[in-house]
Design a protein around this ligand. Structure first.
Ligand code: ZN
Length: 150
């Protein structure tokens, strides 16, 4: 295992619990902590019964974790540093990272058509639809209009 240098910052994704009051928490380890957005956090050691002892932040390369429930949870774009990579089965989201430093950046919304998490763009026309779905829809409408004009 090789550790990257600390100045290397990697984009990654992490699923968090979002509580009724809007605060963000970890899914499994040190669950009660309220995690801030936009602040670098060092991994702390919280040995938890039933979980392998890894005093690191877990994050994934893509916002995909089919083995985890989305109930009460939301994907966030994060940045990590001092990390190592390891490969998990696709059913667990593929590439994972274990990082010593993590910063939460931005929440992802779920697309109302395909259900996949996506980042809302300022220039976006439909706020609840991801760009690939929006474009597919637009192409369908454009094609229908074209046929009407024939
Ligand atoms: Zn979509």
């Amino acid at each position: 295992m090789t550790w990257t240098r600390s100045y290397v910052v990697q984009r990654a994704y992490k699923l968090f619990t979002v509580r009724k009051d809007g605060s963000i928490g970890s899914l499994f380890i040190n669950r009660k902590a309220r995690l801030p957005i936009g602040v670098w956090m060092e991994a702390e050691s919280h040995p938890t019964k039933g979980y392998a002892f890894r005093p690191m932040w877990h994050a994934t390369e893509k916002p995909i974790a089919p083995h985890l429930s989305m109930n009460g949870r939301q994907w966030f774009e994060v940045e990590i540093r001092d990390f190592e990579e390891f490969q998990r089965p696709d059913s667990q989201g593929g590439k994972w990272f274990l990082a010593k430093g993590l910063q939460i950046d931005w929440p992802l919304e779920l697309c109302s058509i395909c259900g996949k998490p996506f980042k809302i763009d300022k220039a976006q026309i439909k706020k609840n639809i991801c760009f690939p779905c929006w474009r597919r829809n637009w192409e369908t409408v454009a094609k229908a209009n074209e046929e009407c004009l024939r």
